[in-house]
Design a protein around this ligand. Sequence first.
Ligand code: SF4
Length: 326
Amino acid sequence: MLQQTQVVTVLRYYPAFLQKFPTIQELARASPSSVLARWAGMGYYSRARNLHRAARIILNRYGGEFPQRYEDLRSLPGIGRYTAGAILSIAFGQRYPVVDGNVERVLARVMALRGDVKAAPYQKYLWSLAGQLTSRRSPSDFNQGMMELGALVCLPRQPQCGLCPVKSMCRARHLNLESRIPKPRRTKTAQYLHRLAAVVRDGRNRVLLVQRRDEELMRDFWEFPQFDVPARGDPGRDGRDSSAFLGRSLHKRFGREFTISHPLCRFQQNITFRRITVQAFEAQLNGEVGRLQCDRMPCRWITARALKDHLFDSTSLKILSNLQNR
Ligand code: SF4
């Protein structure tokens, strides 16, 4: 859970997750959708899928006993060098290093590394250095101490050097370079997107949902039919052009005619470096409802009461909450 997510956020999910899946066995035997349901809202869902797959492998390959060999851990889905080091040192007291963003900053400053610490040669050096420094007696305390030092004292912008237990050996401090190390990286340029969504009703108080099938982006999650408008030809804020685009996109996906009636909501959503403007419209299917077909993804009509039994992508969750607050 802590991969890519802050402790304060994880704490909102961790107790409920552990209560639902208190053992590897129970996690392994759960359905993928029930695991994702307990993860919903935290994002980066590939972590939940990896955790679930790892639990199944541990049950089948290791008889339910968590493996304690580095190579075995690395063979599990979702466990890279950092997570393997953290588990082996903190949970099992083995001497393996961890280098996260905090440790990286501390080491880069102590050694006064002036280059791009994310570059491969620096990473190799930092991991090797951390490996040599890691305490034999208490690798767990050492690794946690290094991570805390970076998180609480050796801060990215204003390092608290006066409080630092390693200030006497810190080369960046001696050279007065602590604010310039590590060298700042150029952040990824924001990408602006315009997304149109349709809340299609069938006249029997049901709405149309489609299920995502793409591996990376929230596979198996349900959503209101939605379409990203290509940058060229973006209808922008013009409601008429947006509804025409949405009507054409629905027709292309389902092979049926839809009437787009009126705008429902509009909001901004930031997902990593993407700045997404979402506009949702009310829509109706023309003619007989019958059985809708969509070749790219499963689709179904859902009653308002059954909505809570479905896992939604974040855009559709916001649309739902907008609808409920109207
Ligand atoms: S002395 Fe300052 S820059 Fe050096 S490790 Fe400590 S907090 Fe970081």
